[in-house]
Structure formats: C-alpha cells, structure tokens
Design a protein around this ligand. Structure first.
Ligand SMILES: O=P(O)(O)OC[C@H]1O[C@](O)(COP(=O)(O)O)[C@@H](O)[C@@H]1O
Ligand SMILES: [Mn+2]
Length: 644
C-alpha cells in the first residue's frame, strides 16, 4: 500500500481523476517509445574543441540522419554543407551569407535551409513525445515551429501558407535566429543522454570549458576519472592533491587554468621557485604543437614545476606514515635517497639521480616543508577553496558524478574493478573492515563525499583516501601498483618508470570474468556490458577496443593530443540507441575552422558492437523503471481517491 502521505502530496498535483488518468495514459505511451540514444565519451583531458565537435555531430549521428533523409535530393557537398550548418550554425551562417551576391539568392537559401531543417527536426524527434520535443525547441519560436512541423503531411497543399510564414520570418530579420535554434534542437534531439566515463581534467588546455558545457547539457552523468578525483581532492582540502594538479598544469604548460581561469595567485609559488631552482631538462613543460614559449617563460615554468613537485613528494610522506593500511611504504622515496652521492636504491638496486633539485630538502628530515613552502601551499589551498568558478565546477562533479554507474543494464566505470591474479575481487582492509568488489568501490565513494563535505579538514582519513584513489594500488581509478612520478623525473633507467597494471587489465579480455564482474554489481551478465575508459587503446598496434566477446568496451582512444601517437586515432565514442551499440573511432580533429571552410568533418569509422534483435523500448530502461513506479503510484492514487 502506498504511503498515504505521499498520495496526499501527489493529489495536490493531480487534483482530478481526469488528470490522473491523462498522466497514466501519457506515461504508458512513453513506455512503448523506442529508447533514447545514449552517447558515451571518456578521457576528454581538457580537449574542449574535439569534445565540442563530437557533441555537435552526435558522433556522426547528425550526418547519418541527413543522409537518410536527403540522399536522393542533395549532392554530397550539399549534405556536408548542411551538416556543418547544424554543427556550427552561427559561424556557418556568416560564411554562407558572405558568398551571396543578391538578396534574392539569400532568400532562396533561407527558404530551402529552413525547410530542410524542419524536415530533419521532425525526423529526429519521431521517437519522442511532443512535449519532449517542445522542451528542445528554441523558446521564442516554439509556436511558429510547431505550426510548421505538425502540418508536414499537408506541406504541399499548404505551400502558400508556409511560404508566407517563412517570408515574414525572413523579412522580420528572424531567419538566422530560427536556423540557429533549429540547428541546436537537432543536436539535442540526436542524443538523449550523455555519459562521461571520466578524466575531464588535466593535460589539455580547456577542462573548465568542458565543465561549463556539461553544466548546460540537457542530460548528463559523470563517472569520475583519477584526474577528476585529483581536482576534487584538492578542493576538498588535500594539499598533496593540490600540489599534483599544479604540477601537471606546469608540465603541460597549462598554468593559466590555475591563474586566469580559476583565479589563483601563483606569485608566492613563483617567488619560491625563483629562489631555489634553475633550469632542468626533465621539468621543462611539454609544448603543444605550434605553441611558442619564450626562453624566459619556459625557464619560469620549469622552476615552478620543480618547486611544486618537491612540495608534492614531501607531502606524500606523512600520509604514507600515518596510514599504514594504505600499504604504501615503498613510496617513501625521499627517505631512500642518498643525498651525498645523489643516488637512490629501489628494490635492492642503486640508481644515480639525474639533475636532482633538492635545495629545499633537509637530508635528516626530507619530508619537512620549509616555512616558505608551507606558506605557499597553505595560501594556494585557501585560494583554490575560495575560487567561485572552481566551486561551481566541483559541486557539479559531485552532483552528477560517482565512482561507477549502473545504467540500462551496463556498468560504467573509468578505471577498473581491482582483481587478484586468480580473478577474485581484490581485498583491502580499511579501518579494520575488509572490503572487495562493489563494496570496496562504495566505501571509496563514501570517503570522497565525506571529504568533500568537510573541506576544512585537510589531514583526516577521508581526505587522505582521495589521494589514495589517485595513486593507490587498490584504487579502482588508478589500477596500477605504483605511480612512478619521482622515477620519471630523476632516474634515467626506464625499468624504474614501469607502472605495473592490476591483473584486471588482462583478465578483462575474458568473457567469463566480465560476466562475474557484472554479477558482482547485480547486473544481468547476459545483457550487460562494462564500459571502461582510462587506458588508451593502441589501435595502432592492433588492439581491439571491443573485448571479451563484446562484454567489455574500452573507449579511451586518446582525445588527449599527448596520447594520440600511442593510440593512432583521436578518440572513441560509443552510441547506444534502440537498435544496439555502435563504436565510433574518430580521426584527428584539426580545428573548427577546418570543418567550416573545408567541410572536413572528422572522418569516423563505425563498428557495430551488437544489434538488438528487437528494438529496445523505454520500458526496458532505467527511465522506464521509474515511469512504471510513477504509474503504480498514480494507480494507487486513483484507487485511493476516486474509486469508491
Ligand atoms: O604522461 P604523463 O602526463 O606524464 O602522465 C603519466 C601518469 O599519468 C597516469 O597514466 C595517470 O593518468 P591517466 O589516467 O590519464 O592514465 C599515471 O599512471 C602516470 O604516472
Ligand atoms: Mn584515467
């Protein structure tokens, strides 16, 4: 029996039997519509423009719909031009308009383009209810567009009526706005829901713009990546996470994200860096293609990079010491260094250190921060926690994000489910209790939320656990034995750079193993799949992103420019519509300008992961489940209130 109080509340919204019945019928009708298209992306790493492009073209979905509709009517170049108009309407309109020599030509183009757009919107919305379409339409034109849309059958007979309406729109100077509105409506209709399977932040220049885009997106969820959690950790009060994000920004020449975008003053850090550090090849920023830094700028970043790295290494030690359960004593590297001979001994072997920059380290107490270093990191933490923009972005990451997500039968997770070599769920003891598998991930997430709720606590267990999620052996986000940052900077021998992966990364090739992992998360192994990001799929070496007979799909294809030479492509995305799943491999995205002027849409190769035998309906989805519950409640309300 429904809770009576709840039914009373519901009765306020549906205050007559007709209203209840109408809603029941409406919801039941929705259940039988085809399921909406889900779009999966991962490892965006600050590459806003490439991300925008796949979002705007719906991973090729927009073009596909145009081809379906207009392949007989339009030439290939017209199809390309029309597609570009939908992706970048403002810019394309400017370009097109500058090509016409008479008003009449422009008018004809307006009429044709609006008619094409209407046809496309009508087609793209055919699997949605009218009310959903209405929400997707540009506000100021809802009435006009509906008027134009819902008479499409009679389009020919009513030619004059429509002609007049379009003429008026054009003569009143509204055509551009209408075209732009219809273009964005199309973009929105081709993808119903977006999943971001982690790693929005780091390496690329514009993670903040990606965050703003996601905040304004109509329907999105996020599975945190290790890099996202690093930013969350910094905001939640972890100084070592903070040192890491600044270090990575310095390494990739992105300090303006910290300074200009999030408004953090780097002057104190710069002063410290100028005082203690000099040039050092291992710490020079990676330069993105075409970017020119002056010698002076390069030197400055190199110094900052060293200063913040040393602060990071120092901050790691006390955490490792106060949290024996993290089992990270191996990583007390500053204590293993022989400062007289500039050597370090790892796993019994002694290596010499290249260009060490240990001016601020006291060999007796290597973890101790200088007073100046302490002040720098404290000030940075204060500013980062008071950045209005970062607060907005981190709040959103918390609100829409989590460590994993079960959605429509699939398991979405950035990194891994930590496993032992024999395929059992890897155990970890935390505060006296042993966890594994799903329980371990749930407890990790609780710590993240707890740390976030208490930004004033900087050394508590929850805050330390966020750092563990970035770099710890049992972290579902990291999935490697150790992070060899120190070794990469200071030791020449490559064997020390290796980061051993969790057995998950080879066991996931096995279908039976994937089935067991799905079952661990109470998902149906016959139907579900695991969608993974995090490890770049080396297509270049023949690696297949579709693994374990389709039970495992890895979609890190390298949006990150820094990793494209490893993967050989420019990113994967996944589409899941009512007919099944398709994996899209994206070729290099140069620039928006290229798309606009040369119509070089990123060439995308589609691969069918699987085709549903029957078209999937809303009824079989997560949303369908919720709708069924609502229908049940409405039925109870009807019985309780109206049937005597
Ligand atoms: O190539 P970079 O930027 O130096 O980063 C290397 C580090 O990044 C990591 O791969 C983590 O980042 P990803 O999640 O993008 O893989 C670490 O394991 C490694 O130490
Ligand atoms: Mn990652």
């Amino acid at each position: 029996m429904e809770n009576l109080k709840y039914l009373d509340l519901l009765a306020q919204k549906y205050e007559s039997e007709e209203k209840v019945v109408t809603e029941i019928i409406n919801l039941e009708a929705i259940l039988d519509l085809p399921k909406g298209t889900e779009h999966f992306v991962s490892d965006l790493h600050g590459e806003y423009h490439a991300f925008q492009h796949v979002l705007r073209n719906g991973s090729g979905n927009v073009k596909m719909k145009i081809i379906d509709l207009f392949k007989e009517e339009l030439a290939d170049w017209e199809i390309d031009e029309f597609a570009t108009l939908i992706y970048y309407p403002e810019e394309k309109l400017q370009l097109v308009k500058s090509n016409f020599s008479s008003k009449q030509e422009l008018r004809d183009w307006y009429i044709d383009s609006i008619a094409h757009l209407l046809k496309l919107v009508s087609y793209a919305s055919s699997k949605y209810t009218r009310s959903k379409l209405r929400k997707a339409l540009p506000n100021q034109f809802v009435y006009i567009i509906e008027e134009l849309l819902y008479k499409t059958d009679e389009f020919k007979n009513k030619k004059e009526y429509y002609g007049k309406m379009l003429e008026r729109i054009i003569s009143l100077g509204q055509a551009d706005k209408l075209i732009i509105g219809l273009a964005y409506t199309t973009q929105r209709l081709v993808v119903d829901h977006l999943h971001v399977v982690g790693d929005i932040y780091d390496r690329g220049p514009d993670p903040h713009k990606i965050m703003d885009t996601l905040i304004h997106h109509h329907s999105v969820d996020i599975q945190w990546g290790n890099h996202d959690v690093l930013w969350l950790g910094a905001f939640a009060g972890s100084k070592v996470c903070l040192a890491n994000i600044i270090r990575i920004c310095a390494r990739y020449n992105n300090l303006d994200i910290i300074e200009d975008v999030y408004g953090i003053n780097l002057r104190p850090l710069l002063n410290l860096a100028e005082k203690y550090y000099d040039d050092n090849p291992a710490f020079r920023p990676k330069r993105n293609a075409g970017e020119q830094l002056t010698e002076q700028e390069q030197l400055q970043i190199t110094k900052i990079h060293q200063a913040i790295s040393i602060i990071q290494f120092k901050l790691e030690s006390p955490i490792i010491k106060r949290r024996p359960c993290l089992n990270m004593e191996d990583r007390l590297l500053l204590e293993k260094v022989d400062y007289k001979n500039n050597e370090v001994t790892l796993h019994g072997k002694t290596y010499s250190l290249e260009k060490p920059c240990f001016a601020t380290i006291n060999p007796e107490r290597p973890e101790e921060l200088l007073e100046e270093e302490q002040q720098v990191i404290d000030k940075l933490l204060f500013s980062i926690q008071h950045s209005e923009k970062l607060t907005r972005h981190m709040d959103f990451l918390m609100k829409k994000g989590g460590l994993y997500l079960k959605y429509n039968g699939n398991l979405l997770i950035h990194g891994c489910i930590p496993l032992d070599e024999d395929g059992s769920m890897k155990e970890m003891e935390i505060e006296g209790i042993t966890y594994a598998g799903r329980e371990l991930l749930d407890v990790f997430e609780r710590y993240v939320r707890n740390a976030f709720a208490h930004p004033e606590d900087t050394d508590d267990f929850a805050t330390d656990m966020i750092w563990y999620l970035w770099t710890g052996e049992n972290s579902s986000l990291f999935g490697k034995r150790e992070m060899t940052t120190f070794e990469r900077y200071f030791i020449k021998e490559k064997e020390t750079h290796k980061e051993r992966k969790n057995p998950y990364y080879y066991l996931r090739e096995d279908e039976e193993m994937c089935r067991r992992m799905l079952a661990e998360f109470e998902l149906n192994p016959d139907q579900g799949r695991i969608i993974n990001g995090h490890t770049p799929v080396k297509e270049i070496d023949g690696e297949d992103p579709i693994k374990a007979n389709g039970k495992m799909i890895v979609i890190d294809g390298g949006f990150s420019k820094a990793y494209q030479s490893t993967t050989g492509i420019a990113g994967y995305t996944l589409l899941y519509n009512s007919y099944g799943m398709q994996l899209v491999a994206h070729q290099l995205f140069n620039s928006k300008e290229d798309v606009l002027t040369k119509e070089t849409d990123v060439f995308s190769v589609k691969r069918l992961v699987d085709e549903e035998l029957e078209r999937k309906k809303v009824r079989e989805t997560n949303i369908g489940e919720k709708l069924l519950q609502e229908i049940n409640s409405l039925n109870s309300l009807r019985e309780h209130r109206y049937i005597k």
